[in-house]
Design a protein. Structure first.
Lengths: 98, 371
């Protein structure tokens, strides 16, 4: 079971209020977690990854276990505590604005 | 008595304003999709309870929302706007080739005859159509594939397709406008297109009368007279009497012929409204006076409409999709400002009152007249 924390805007779109728990086939990676997320919440299609390139949108970041995974390959295995459900995988909207 | 429902898109959400035909007491609901940019909200003429909204942010991209109950509840529909085939390139600001990249939906135009069909004008400029209520989208790629497409360049706001008008007399005839490629017309439901920019004159172009490259800000039509079009260009207010084949300047005595919004009275095809803006470097009204100008002669002769509008220290803008008219007997005119006001006139512009004063910057205003 993978725990995912979504930013507020995407929780509204997905109509969830807290963490999302997902079953992911194989070794979880950012890509496979987002695949599972989009399968369960089709309204999130294209909001985290560009629909054409399937790459992380530029103002979205991925964090886990106090590390920024955003610049890693989107297919890299997530840290073991995330794989075991002890720590969540965070999808973050980059801070910007004024 | 009929009701009116005003659909407002803003920088931080959508709002629905409703009143009876007197248009005095307004019920304001929203924000819907708070925090998101809502470029456009428009209802189906066939089924007014069906409303489409374009929702986007730089963070999470584009969503399309649909309501089937007049804006009370909304559900996301399809948001995959994929260009047909290999997109190719258009010109970038510096004249170099730049790949076509989808950014957002600027304008949604529901069909005049089918509640499941809707057109979407997007940035980078292209036209998409859905025939399943917004669930899936296909590009009408004959527009972008026009011979001139590789030479189109963006305006300062991006290369947006912002105007879509389907002729009420011939559904095969579609007009679109793109900043800053110009105006185009299809007579075969969007399969093929021709530029309709003859008579436009744009200083700053190497060829000031070029076939394409003009920064058309908005086109408007009265449905009873579909061959007569009015255009607010970057500079110049223009009129065509031959469905865009040729244009004549009708700026006349306007204090500035720069502006964005333009619309036509619902029952008087020769009565036109614009909001003059000082210049392309000063996006606020001349002299700090917010004035709608009305022509009852199809242009050239304009009168300022000021009653109820701020005439001191007003430095807001009125954007291209932020003016609309209702179809009640005494035509209502509405516009929104970047200062968050939505003004309404229930008497064809003779006097104005703010419906709301403090919304986020208004991007679009549409009106539904509900029987």
């Amino acid at each position: 079971m993978i725990r995912v924390v979504l930013p507020a805007h995407l929780r509204v779109i997905a109509k969830v209020s807290g963490e999302v728990e997902l079953e992911v086939v194989g070794t979880p990676s950012p890509a496979s977690v987002i695949d599972a997320l989009e399968a369960r919440f089709p309204a999130l299609l294209g909001t985290i990854r560009d629909p054409l390139t399937q790459q992380r949108r530029k103002f979205v970041r991925f964090y886990a276990c106090e590390e920024d995974l955003s610049l890693e390959s989107i297919d890299v295995a997530l840290p073991e505590p995330v794989q075991r459900g002890r720590e969540p995988f965070y999808v973050i909207g980059a801070m910007a604005g004024g | 008595m009929s009701d009116v429902r005003v659909l407002v898109g803003t920088r931080k959400g959508a709002f629905v304003l409703r009143a009876d035909g007197a248009r005095k007491n307004w019920d304001v609901s929203g924000p819907f999709f708070g925090g998101w940019e809502i470029f456009h909200v428009k209802g189906s003429p066939v089924d007014p309870n069906r409303i489409f909204a374009s929702q986007s942010t730089s963070w999470f991209g584009q969503l399309i929302q649909r309501s089937d109950d007049g804006g009370l509840t909304w559900e996301p529909v399809g948001n995959q706007f994929l260009y047909d085939g290999v997109p190719g390139t258009h010109q970038w600001y510096d004249g170099t080739p730049h790949p076509w990249e989808f950014a957002r939906v600027w304008h949604l135009e529901p069909s005049l005859s089918d509640p499941d069909t809707v057109l979407a004008g997007v940035e980078d400029a292209a036209l998409f159509r859905s025939t399943d209520g917004g669930q899936s989208w296909s590009e009408l790629s004959g527009l972008r594939g026009h011979d001139t497409g590789s030479a189109w360049q963006p305006g300062a706001g991006g290369m947006c397709l912002h105007t879509i008008i389907v002729s009420p007399h011939d559904p095969r005839r579609i007009f679109v406008a793109i900043s800053s490629a110009g105006a185009f017309r299809s007579d075969d439901e969007g399969a093929t297109w021709k530029p309709i920019n003859r008579g436009l004159h744009s200083e700053g172009l190497p060829d000031e009368d070029a076939e394409v490259g003009h920064c058309v800000h908005r086109i408007a039509m009265n449905p009873s007279n579909p061959d007569v079009l009015y255009m607010q260009k970057h500079w110049d207010v223009m009129r065509s009497t031959d469905a865009g084949d040729s244009w004549t300047e009708v700026s006349g005595n306007l204090p500035s012929d720069f502006g964005f919004a333009i619309d036509v009275h619902a029952h008087e095809p020769e009565t036109v409204y614009v909001v003059p803006i000082t210049s392309d470097s000063e996006h606020f009204p001349p002299e700090g006076k917010l004035r709608v100008y009305r022509s009852r002669t199809g242009g050239d002769e304009w009168e300022p409409l000021t009653k109820g509008l701020p005439q001191d220290h007003c430095y807001v803008d009125v954007l291209r999709d932020a003016m609309a008219v209702d179809t009640l007997e005494d035509c209502g005119v509405y516009f929104g400002t970047t200062g968050g006001q939505v003004y309404a006139s229930a008497n064809s512009g003779d006097s104005w009152e703010p419906i709301v004063r403090d919304l986020p910057a208004v991007l679009s205003v549409e009106v539904q007249t509900l029987v």
